[in-house]
Design a protein around this ligand. Structure first.
Ligand code: GLU
Length: 280
């Protein structure tokens, strides 16, 4: 068990190091700030590619989801046309590295604001608030919410995510945590019966459940508070200020609400009240 874990951590570390090395080799990062890139008329934005309703790349190469709409709105406010925004996949374990290396100008990818992450990156926002929940097969009757997590159930979440961290801190004795690279891989494992539940933010799980309403269901009440921020380079106050202005304008104009309604219409998801941007 222990050797296995050490191996996995080792492999993970190598993968991350390789990703970082490739970044530098590709010259993805120049010295320009996000606002400089915006002045040049183009931006690179990190999003998820596999989360329905939030950040999804479809087979024809188009993008959809609330995070995509937020990214486009912000880009437009920074003076960049929608077709000049390049989307780059920002899986949970790689988000800080992508920002630090300058491979993206900012990240809109179900990215919770945390003090630990603030050591490496800064956040505009929040632009959305949700909480950790559980997704199970529709026939499952023994997992009904966080209080029923016991009996060594197999739980899937994603490396370097706040839900995985929370499980390790609070429920390690009760469950076996399996950490994958993406939530879509967790959902496949759930459908295949390899894990008993997937845990991450409620809004993410709702998007997956809506794609397979006969097979999957979200259970219980959200049991953490996740404030989604837009990740920017640490210390780039100007970019952060302008993105905060854009988020406020998206909320005030009604574009925020209609983007949520559009992306979650099919899910029956109750649109929450908009958050207050927290400037720090
Ligand atoms: N919001 C959580 C996080 O930032 C979970 C979702 C995700 O991994 O993107 O870690």
């Amino acid at each position: 068990m222990r050797i296995n874990r050490a191996l996995r951590i080792g492999v993970g570390a190598i993968a991350l190091t390789l990703a970082a090395a490739t970044a530098t080799a590709c010259g993805g990062g120049d010295d320009k700030s996000a606002l400089d890139h915006a002045k040049d008329g183009k931006l690179t934005v990190g999003i998820k590619f596999d989360q329905p309703g939030l950040g999804l790349r479809t087979k024809d190469g188009s993008y959809s989801g609330f995070d995509v709409d937020v990214a486009r709105y912000v880009a437009e406010k920074l003076g960049v046309q929608q077709d000049k925004v390049t989307f780059k996949e920002a899986p949970s374990p790689q988000r800080e590295t992508l920002i630090e290396n300058g491979q993206v100008d900012f990240i809109v990818a179900t990215y919770s604001i945390t003090d630990k992450r603030k050591e490496k990156v800064d956040f505009a926002g929040p632009y959305f608030i949700t909480g950790q929940s559980l997704l199970v097969k529709s026939g499952n009757t023994d997992i009904t919410g966080v209080e029923s997590l016991n009996g060594n159930k197999k739980l899937c979440s994603v490396k370097n995510s706040t839900p995985a961290q929370n499980v390790k801190e609070k429920y390690a004795k009760d469950v076996q945590l399996q950490e994958y690279d993406t939530y879509s891989l967790c959902v496949e494992a759930l459908k295949a019966g390899d894990v008993d539940a997937v845990t991450t933010d409620d809004v993410i799980l709702r998007g997956f459940a809506a794609q397979a309403p006969d097979a999957l269901k979200v259970v219980g009440q959200p049991f953490t508070t996740e404030k989604y921020g837009i990740g920017v380079k640490k210390g780039d106050q100007q970019t952060r200020d302008q993105i905060n202005d854009a988020i406020e304008s998206m909320i005030q104009s009604g574009a925020w609400k209609s983007a949520l309604e559009k992306n979650f219409a099919a899910t029956g998801y109750q649109i929450p009240a908009p958050p207050q941007v927290e400037r720090y």
